[in-house]
Design a binder for this molecule. Structure first.
Ligand SMILES: [Zn+2]
Length: 377
């Protein structure tokens, strides 16, 4: 079965549109995706793996931990195990090109919505952080490289405004080498609330925004004392957003060339088996969303050295299985073993350490901020 044959037509979704009570709104891709999520959870028509993961999800223990005054949500979620432990982009990872690609060969019952002139298919993400999580996968098998997809990312965010669009770079937490964005219902993650609070001029713990560029239609900030390095960017101009992501990516690449983290993680620029190429873009997690009410785009960029904290590679009781990708950058830390959940719950300093291990260093951030000042409007 071809990927395009997995598309759910409006006819197939009829019953599910009814459940959404959308009476006054016209059917657009936001509604189609909401209906698809209901269809995939249907006991007869749906996707069995999603249904069983949802069952596990509903029993997940959750804790809120304050790390230096900043609340972080900690979850024990076994359905995320394959993503957290994925070694697709690790040094020892063998050439996986012969392996079955889960985004090329979809599971039985897995259906989705084709968007952007059938260039992408929107699927329910079976590794659930929050119900409604999506994988927006390229219909063709392409490498997990953002260059060439900036425009697509803005268009997807503009059209799917019920959702926040996420991207994990290949060595910044992506678990599949097949090009994909992720998405989730907008403003549900704890870090998304914190970003809105900070942009509104309020504080969280000692976190503040350090303004880099400020004009009436362009705001760029560096996050200060937020445990992880990051930048926020807002504009009402979609072309400016495309242009700025390009600029940011170029500058990040420039400062990334010295990255050397751990023997198990490739040094920046090395040949990566699963990409079948040398690493060619900076390591980062991105969140992008669009608010039609105010016609505004908000992006958060989290530049990284790696997605793996040092303790991931320790042995025995010193090991903590944790990866820092976009959901974690947005304050939602996912563990897949009870032991790690308990340790992190009782040791906020280890959460701080995980963010620090994976972020770019203080000096590199200062260097990057200097480059970003040069962005010309
Ligand atoms: Zn593929």
């Amino acid at each position: 079965m071809m990927i395009k044959d997995r598309h759910l037509t409006d006819y197939e979704l009829t019953d599910f549109f009814m459940k959404l009570e959308h009476k006054n709104s016209k059917i657009d891709n936001n509604l189609r995706i909401e209906a698809m999520l209901l269809q995939q959870m249907d006991p007869i028509l749906g996707w069995q793996r999603l249904r069983s993961n949802m069952e596990v999800f509903s029993k997940n223990p959750v804790a809120e931990v304050k790390v230096k005054g900043i609340p972080v949500k900690l979850v024990l979620n076994k359905t995320r195990t394959p993503s957290i432990k994925s070694n697709t982009f690790e040094k020892k990872a063998a050439n996986t090109s012969h392996k079955r690609c889960l985004l090329c060969e979809l599971d039985k019952g897995q259906r989705g919505i084709l968007i952007e002139d059938e260039k992408y298919i929107v699927l329910a993400n079976p590794g659930i952080t929050l119900p409604g999580d999506l994988t927006i996968s390229s219909v063709k098998h392409e490498k997990q490289i953002l260059t060439g997809h900036f425009q697509d990312m803005i268009e997807v965010a503009t059209n799917l405004f019920h959702f926040s669009i996420y991207f994990n770079g290949a060595l910044a937490g992506a678990s599949s080498p097949h090009f994909h964005f992720q998405a989730g219902h907008k403003d549900k993650l704890i870090g998304e609330h914190q970003i809105q609070t900070l942009l509104a001029g309020k504080s969280i713990g000692n976190t503040s925004l350090n303004s880099i560029i400020l004009t009436h239609n362009f705001r760029l900030f560096s996050l200060k004392n937020y445990l992880r390095t990051g930048h926020l960017f807002t504009t009402k101009n979609p072309k400016r957003m495309v242009h700025f992501i390009q600029f940011y990516s170029d500058k990040l690449l420039h400062i990334s060339k010295k990255i050397k983290v751990h023997p198990n993680i490739p040094n920046f620029g090395e040949y990566i088996n699963s990409l079948q190429d040398k690493e060619s873009e900076g390591r980062m997690n991105i969140m992008l969303k669009y608010y039609p009410e105010s016609d505004e785009y908000i992006a958060a960029f989290f530049p990284k050295r790696t997605s793996r904290p040092k303790r991931y590679f320790k042995k025995g009781k010193n090991q903590i299985i944790l990866g820092i990708a976009i959901k974690e950058s947005l304050g939602n830390l996912i563990t897949c073993r009870k032991k790690d959940f308990e340790i992190l719950k009782n040791h906020p300093d280890l959460i701080e350490e995980a963010y620090r291990d994976t972020s770019i260093t203080k000096n590199t951030l200062l260097e990057l901020n200097e480059f970003l000042k040069d962005y010309s409007l």
